[in-house]
Design a protein around this ligand. Structure first.
Ligand code: CDP
Length: 215
């Protein structure tokens, strides 16, 4: 069986960066499951599908033409990386991610990323729902203040404008939605190792995960 390392956690916890680097060091594939939810949100907006229309969104999820190529996110062959990474897309993704039929429609698509020699999967429910048999499950978190600060620095570095207060409010709203939804609510599974990165550098977090993976 192809090994899976699951890294779950809340928004802006750094899990995407850590998961990507761990995958690179191990020479394994990488699944950014949040990007799939983001692309689905973009596709829905593009086609005028309402973000609460569960049946239409699930149908769209089943037929979604999404691909990842050399760091770019493609929707129907078009590079949508920049739009997909926007804060408002993340908020729309979090709304449609609360719909059970959407999650079910995306399940097999995510599981198909399990390809030799191994997979590092980043998301909210990688260890609990998508890959319950993962050999290592990490729940990566950090204080909401440090997550807002990290997101702020990322946005400023990209040349965007941002306000720490707005980011804090958005993060709290997204955390509340992700943890209170009825399906796959965001919480560490029983067999997950908790990693609080509030005072850790990216390198330290990567090192911690690699050490556990190689034990
Ligand atoms: O980068 P950030 O953590 O803000 O978001 P993301 O990982 O790209 O995911 C965007 C949204 O999709 C999250 O707020 C979640 O609501 C949802 N999501 C999910 O429900 N399950 C996943 N496996 C991944 C993302």
């Amino acid at each position: 069986m192809v090994p899976v390392l699951a890294i779950d956690g809340p928004t802006a916890s750094g899990k995407g960066t850590v998961a990507g680097l761990v995958a690179e060091r191990l020479g394994w594939h990488f699944l950014d499951s949040g990007a799939i939810y983001r692309v689905l949100a973009l596709a829905a907006i593009k086609r005028g599908v309402g973000l609460t229309d569960e049946a239409a969104l699930a149908a769209q999820a089943s037929a979604l033409d999404v691909a990842f190529e050399r760091g770019a996110i493609l929707l129907e062959g078009e590079d949508v990386s920049l739009q997909a990474r926007r804060e408002e897309t993340g908020n729309s993704a979090s709304k449609i991610a609360a719909l059970p039929a959407v999650r079910t429609a995306l399940l097999e698509r995510q599981q198909a990323f399990r390809v030799a020699p191994g997979l590092v999967a980043d998301g909210r429910d990688m260890g609990s729902v998508v890959f319950p048999g993962a050999f290592l499950k990490i729940f990566l978190t950090a204080s909401v203040e440090s997550r807002a600060e990290r997101r702020y620095k990322q946005l400023i570095a990209k040349g965007s404008t941002a306000s720490i207060d707005d980011l804090l409010r958005d993060l709290r709203e997204r955390d509340a939605r992700d943890t209170s939804r009825l399906v796959a609510p965001l919480r560490p599974c029983e067999d997950a190792v908790l990693l609080d990165t509030t005072t850790l550098s990216i390198d330290e977090a990567v090192h911690f995960v690699l050490n556990l993976a190689m034990q």
